[in-house]
Design a binder for this molecule. Structure first.
Ligand code: URA
Length: 430
């Protein structure tokens, strides 16, 4: 079999056989297929699409590229959650400690930042010492002992996703429904939790802006989960503005600590409680959604969720002295170019502004600067004056500030009348 022929077939819109997909994924992981051929195929697939059979083959081969974790010997209901990615989307670090505090066993593989969106692994790594490369044995032991572990893809765990994820991040091949579904579901099936909630974003900062495409992605992923024996639901949530106020790794960890201490922004708290409640419902901790939300809120208010977060940080080698989180040397205000109501936010531009100050990667080899990013001071619907600070940019230099400001100049839309409030949660697919 030749990789050249596989790329040509996809370029010409032909369907790849299961054998061809297996050949590609295996070769991509063991290095016999060079990255330039994989990225050519990814781009052809991004443009031409992949059929349901091809998507299923990708999922199966990605799962089988590493070890499948057997969690059946750990007592209790194993829970997992994944987001399709957003800007300021830090819900996993709130949701998972809540459900762990409520008795579910959290076993989660997360991802790094991808495209303009941030990633849980980068955020967790802003905690000095935090390890995201647990072995399968360490991962299982931690789930069994403290009830929560969040790790990354490794040579053992979905190595195919580790490779493809990093290549897609920088080659404009993220926004493909089959590729996102295969990437997310390979991680979820490899760890094989009993219950799973997917946070599928829509809006200007989501991978798919159009809610109908996000709904399609949600249905495909819930279907793949059910076919693998995982009870799953998908919550469709808005990314028409960043979630909470912070965008950037250490800044986001500080904000989740506020929520875990009972405060923090309302939107982040609301989405986190809804996703946690769905997990508690699927895990039969509560008989209905209202009761599940009450239980989730209690675990947040009591400090039990914070205690679980700290236990996880310490178990994974991180420092729970959060005063050690990195801080950028330069904090400069970005000021409004117009006065009026903030009627629209191009959230993708805000994600790229954070990336320009170092919070994400522009090349595969880039090190993320955990300290940098931005704090939004005003959100959708706020009435602001010309010259008022809309965000504080945390950066290392005036050049970085200038490039982020240039993007932010186009990120805010103003109107003379207040905009209609938008729903934070549009739908739940079960
Ligand atoms: N999250 C993932 O894990 N994979 C994607 O492709 C996008 C978001």
């Amino acid at each position: 079999m030749l990789m050249y022929d596989i790329i040509r077939k996809k370029r010409d819109s032909e369907e790849l056989s299961a054998a061809e997909i297996a050949f590609w994924i295996k070769g991509c992981v063991n290095g016999t297929i060079p990255d330039y051929q994989t990225t050519a195929l990814l781009m052809a697939g991004r443009i031409r699409g992949f059929s349901p059979a091809e998507t299923l083959s990708m999922v199966t081969n990605m799962v089988n590229s590493g070890e499948k974790v057997y969690l059946g010997d750990i007592p209790g209901v194993k829970a997992d959650k994944h987001s399709t990615g957003g800007v300021g989307d830090k819900t996993s670090m709130v949701v998972m400690p809540i459900v762990a505090a409520a008795g579910l066993k959290v076993a989660k593989i997360s991802g790094r930042g991808i495209g303009h969106t941030g990633g849980t692994l980068d955020k967790l790594q802003s905690i000095p010492g935090f390890r995201i490369d647990l072995t399968v044995d360490e991962f299982k032991a931690q789930v069994r002992e403290i009830g929560i572990a969040i790790t990354g893809q490794t040579a053992e765990l979905v190595p195919a996703d580790k490779k493809l994820y990093a290549l897609r991040d920088l080659t404009a091949t993220v926004d493909s429904i089959p590729l996102v579904a295969a990437s997310i579901m390979s991680k979820k099936i490899a760890t094989g939790a009993d219950v799973l909630v997917l946070d599928v974003k829509f809006g200007s900062g989501a991978v798919f802006e159009d809610i109908d495409r996000s709904r399609e992605l949600a249905r495909i992923m819930v279907g793949l989960a059910h076919d693998s024996g995982i009870k799953a639901a998908a919550v469709l949530t808005s990314m028409n503005q960043p979630l909470g106020h912070t965008v950037g790794n250490a800044l986001e960890v500080k904000e989740i600590l506020e929520v875990l201490r009972g405060g923090g922004p309302d939107d982040l708290r609301e989405i986190s409680l809804t996703i946690a409640a769905e997990l508690l419902l699927l895990g039969k901790v509560a008989p209905d959604l209202a009761e599940a939300k009450k239980i989730a809120a209690q675990h947040l208010a009591s400090g039990a969720a914070l205690a679980k977060f700290i236990a996880m940080v310490e178990a994974q080698g991180g420092s729970s002295d959060f005063s050690r989180l990195a801080q950028a040397g330069l904090v400069l205000p970005y000021k409004a170019k117009h006065g009026g109501y903030i009627a629209a936010i191009d959230t993708q531009k805000i994600g790229f502004a954070a990336l320009y100050v170092g919070a994400g990667r522009t090349k595969k080899e880039d090190e993320v600067d955990h300290a940098t990013g931005l704090i939004l001071k005003e959100k959708l619907g706020a009435l602001v004056k010309e010259g008022q600070a809309l965000a504080d940019i945390h950066c290392r230099s005036r050049e970085q500030f200038a490039s982020a400001s240039w993007l932010l100049d186009d990120a805010f839309g103003f109107s003379d009348t207040p905009p209609e409030p938008q729903p934070l949660i549009a739908d739940i697919i079960r």
